[in-house]
Ligand binder design. Structure first.
Ligand code: ATP
Ligand code: MG
Length: 431
């Protein structure tokens, strides 16, 4: 993509209601635009990141055996009345009447709808287990929408729902998702900390929250230091769940089961939440199957959420400096920038065009900064939008036969011979 043809409305003046760094940087970098309180348009740069995050989540869900589908955003109130949550949900639910006066709502979550879909088709234990998910916009009329996309009213969530014959089998499904979650966050370059959680209004008896570490996070986490160095290739959910991890309110220094030198204290942001809630919805919404003995039995369910749009903010909270965003490679909107500081110079142009077409041909999403603007603006914009690798082409360097390569994550620069650049950058992109 040529920068001159791309819509990145970077701005200098940040609105005063942007309190936290990710919100400020997303607005500054032209990633989002507020449309009304807690509701945002995703501009091209922000949308690219949202899609990259979605892709990682989708791949890990598919690998874990979940089936992707898509349920509507607008639901009828009927199923919610049956489950008893129509009144319970209170003001957080956006209620709408259609032209015939029927009560509709913008889904804040999908337990009711999915349970109804499931019970319409599945009648035998032989068809279990099943695990269905979708990535869909939700609406919750939060009391205080704030922190940009971190607590929006309209937000994108990946939510899935597992259906099993009994509790033992449901716990296997639960652990399978637990593992998929850890893998998902590790792939995004984040450090996930899982904690036993309260089940809240969704109900049930087993639940974990997934937080990621970020100095600017809202929660204070106390956890076993082992959790900071997980190997994605060998994740044992039972073992992971046995490590000590607690939030502020749960932690009691005198009762802490692990040694002081093994205890870490850091700030975290909640990005995912999983629940096993047994037969709570299946009983109310008639999701029964015949078991091995021909007996009708309610299915055991779990639900699993990841805040897809919140993750964009959380990733920035975890990866930024005073110049702007530092995207981990796996989610970066562009893997590479080719920054031509001297577009009016024929030589610089030829070299820049050559690198750009080379990396585009190799399928690396590359941003070619061909703009006619000051050198300072070019450098600061590319740092602000956080491209992890940058090839910076300047007239003086070229006359000395070199080009500068900047690693935004490590904050290092090196001069590389013009002819070696493709090889060196390719190695870095693949590492
Ligand atoms: P919170 O305690 O932050 O309100 P929750 O318990 O209501 O979260 P869940 O219903 O478990 O959240 O939703 C699953 C995930 O969706 C959360 O872990 C979070 O990442 C995300 N999420 C929830 N509410 C919002 C929101 N208002 N804006 C953005 N993401 C959200
Ligand atoms: Mg909530």
């Amino acid at each position: 993509m040529k920068y001159s043809e791309f819509f990145i409305p970077t701005i200098k003046d940040i609105p005063s209601d942007a309190e936290i760094i990710s919100h400020k940087l997303m607005i500054k970098a032209g990633m989002i635009k507020q449309s009304s309180a807690g509701i945002y348009s995703w501009l091209p740069l922000g949308y690219k990141v949202l899609k990259n995050i979605e892709k990682i989540i989708r791949e890990e869900q598919d690998k874990a055996g979940a089936n992707e589908m898509l349920m509507p955003t607008i639901q009828s109130s009927d199923l919610w009345v049956k489950s008893g949550r129509y009144d319970d949900y209170g003001k957080e639910m956006l209620r709408i009447k259609d032209r015939s006066g029927r009560e509709m709502l913008y889904g804040p979550t999908n337990e009711e709808l999915i349970t109804d879909i499931f019970q319409s088709y599945v009648t035998s234990y032989k068809e279990l287990p099943k695990n269905l998910y979708h990535i869909q916009w939700k609406f919750r009329d939060e009391v205080r929408p704030r922190f940009g996309v971190m607590r929006g009213r309209e937000f994108l969530m990946k939510d899935n729902y597992s259906f099993d014959l009994n509790e033992d089998s449901a716990k296997i499904s639960y652990n399978n998702m637990f593992k998929a979650y850890i893998k998902t966050f590790l792939r995004m370059g984040l450090t996930p900390i899982s904690l036993r959680a309260e089940t809240g209004p969704i109900g049930g008896n087993l639940s974990h929250e997934f937080q990621i570490l970020a100095n600017t996070g809202e929660s204070t986490l106390y956890y076993d230091k082992e959790l900071e160095s997980l190997d994605p290739e060998s994740l044992d959910p039972d073992k992971l769940q046995s490590y000590y991890a607690a939030v502020d309110e749960q932690h009691n220094a005198s009762k802490c089961p692990i040694k002081k030198e093994d205890l870490k204290i850091s700030k975290g942001i909640e990005v995912g939440h999983i629940f096993y809630f047994g037969t709570k919805y299946s009983e109310k919404l008639n999701a029964f199957v015949q078991d091995q003995y021909g007996k009708r039995t309610p299915v055991h369910m779990g639900s699993y959420g990841i805040g897809v749009s919140r993750l964009v903010g959380a990733l920035i909270e975890a990866n930024h400096d005073e110049k702007g965003i530092k995207w981990p490679k796996s989610v970066a909107p562009f893997k590479l920038s080719v920054v031509n500081l001297m577009p009016e110079d024929q030589n610089c142009n030829t070299i820049a065009e050559d690198y750009y077409s080379n990396f585009m041909t190799l399928n690396f999403d590359t941003l070619f900064d061909d703009r006619d603007c000051s050198i300072g603006k070019k450098l600061s914009d590319n740092d602000l939008i956080g491209t992890p690798l940058q090839i910076v082409i300047g007239k003086r360097d070229i006359s000395q036969g070199v080009v500068e390569i900047k690693d935004r994550l490590l904050n290092t620069t090196e001069k590389i011979k013009i002819d070696d650049v493709k090889k060196v950058v390719l190695n870095k992109l693949n590492s």
